[in-house]
Design a protein around this ligand. Structure first.
Ligand code: NIG
Ligand code: FE
Length: 442
């Protein structure tokens, strides 16, 4: 990743680009030229505002005049500069971020990133007044992507997905979830999961968590035969390739009973349940997610207050997808209502070719404020720690000692600009697993 254009600070501060501090072994570095077993391997100095996500501090857990240090892929220090005592060594990469704000890497907990083809024509049709449901009835929508994606070879899927994943990383997403769901049968679904794994295993890509989504587009033939096949063989075949199982529970998609069968069968194979719930209609999806103790219930635009209370009581994370809400219209994502109910909230892109082609989590933070009623602090936490919770990942999403050092150096001195600067890409540098993505030089 090349150095970015010059930095503009929030609150009137004008920033310069982060600079790697040249290092020569010498008296100031008593460890000398050899690697030290205890020294930090990466030190970010000159941080104006460090967003830690520390729940003991007022959200989003800001420390000013801070240092962030990692050893290997873990954070070893995240706090005031005055409290940092090193040690650093000859091989420590030190970066002066010159007053920039630093935040945790984004965790995008809901994407449909493995697809081929495009649906630009239907995008234009929708803009002309044809509904998402009408397009689906005409054989378009998810079905169109199923046809294009199922016809592709594994290499084609990997290439298309990798391009999108790298675009996400450049914009600050250090971990993302990828669903299948565009397969015309089990083999095509498994190919999508293999593509997700191949993309995530590249050393220069973000971390990928895979989800098997066997009930998505409407079944072409006998729907109960499809559900039977998923329960009989699908979940067992997908289990080695995925962490989660998901279904699209909605009036035009799959019923509560069908989804429940698949989620239970998946869980019996070690796949943790998630659910597309109450997106287009109040389908009963949120209530099902609560009843099953799913890891997350996603969308939720049509969920009632009682549904949201049930999710909170069951510890189910509410994943909000404001890009899809914006594209499709309808009620806003229930951010403020979920928090009032006591639930944990995540924000994600839903990146897909039909309802939201967007790789930028910073925009979701802005839309979380504008559409879902979150404060900027709540939205930033939802896009980082909330996303990690929605993927069951306790080792990331905050910048605290012992957790993964996935961090973003912003182009500005104010973390608030992530929400405030609508549509901008606020990320100057990405640190993934304790290393500067794209090389060590600024
Ligand atoms: O999350 N709701 C179902 N699935 C996607 C849409 C996928 C598509 O239209 O291709 C969503 O919005
Ligand atoms: Fe989705």
């Amino acid at each position: 990743m090349a150095a970015r254009r010059h930095l503009e600070g929030g609150g009137g501060i004008r920033l310069r680009e982060p600079a790697v501090i040249p290092r020569a072994p010498g008296p100031s570095h008593p460890e000398g030229a050899t690697a030290s077993p205890t020294a930090a391997t990466l030190v970010l100095r000159g941080i104006g505002q460090l967003v830690t996500g520390d729940p003991r501090l007022p959200a989003p857990g800001v420390v000013t005049h801070a240092i962030l240090a990692a050893r290997g892929e873990r954070v070893v220090y995240a706090g005031p500069a005055s409290g940092f005592s090193g040690p650093v060594a000859a091989d420590t990469v030190e970066v002066d971020v010159r007053g920039a704000a630093v935040i945790p890497g984004f965790v995008d907990a809901h994407t449909h990133l493995v697809w081929l083809g495009d649906r630009a024509e239907e995008f234009a049709l929708r803009a002309g007044g044809v509904s998402y449901e009408e397009i689906a009835r005409r054989g378009g929508g998810i079905r169109a992507t199923v046809r294009a994606t199922s016809a592709g070879a594994l290499d084609d899927l990997v290439a298309a997905t990798r391009e999108r994943a790298l675009r996400m990383l450049c914009q600050g997403t250090t971990t993302l979830e990828v669903k299948s769901g565009y397969g015309d049968g089990l083999e095509a679904e498994l190919r999508q999961l293999r593509a997700a794994a191949a993309v995530g295993s590249a050393p220069d890509a973000p971390d990928v968590v895979a989800t098997y989504l066997p009930l998505h587009g409407p079944a072409e033939g006998d729907r109960s035969a499809h559900v039977d096949a998923v329960v009989r063989e699908g979940v067992a075949a997908a289990a080695p390739l995925a962490s989660f199982v998901d279904c699209f529970c909605d009036a035009q998609a799959w019923s509560v009973e069908e989804c429940e069968r698949v989620l239970r069968a998946g869980r019996a194979r070690g796949l943790r349940p998630k659910l597309h719930a109450d997106q287009r209609t109040r389908s009963g999806g949120a209530a099902l997610a609560a009843r099953l103790g799913a890891v997350s219930a996603d969308h939720l635009e049509h969920a009632s207050d009682a549904d949201l209370a049930a999710l909170a009581a069951a510890g189910v994370i509410g994943v909000l997808l404001p890009g899809a809400s914006l594209t499709l219209g309808g009620p806003p994502p229930p951010g403020r209502r979920l928090l009032a109910a006591g639930a944990t909230v995540a924000l994600a892109t839903d990146c897909n070719p039909g309802t939201c082609w967007c790789e930028r989590m910073a925009l979701m933070v802005s839309l979380g404020v504008a559409l879902a009623g979150l404060t900027p602090a709540q939205a930033l936490v939802a896009a980082t720690a909330g996303g990690a919770a929605a993927l069951g990942l306790a080792d990331r999403g905050r910048l605290l000692p012992g957790l993964r050092c996935d961090a973003l150096v912003l182009e500005t001195g104010s973390w608030l600009d992530v929400a405030y600067h609508l549509g901008a890409d606020p990320v100057a540098r990405v640190i993934a697993r304790g290393r500067l993505a794209g090389g060590g030089a600024a």
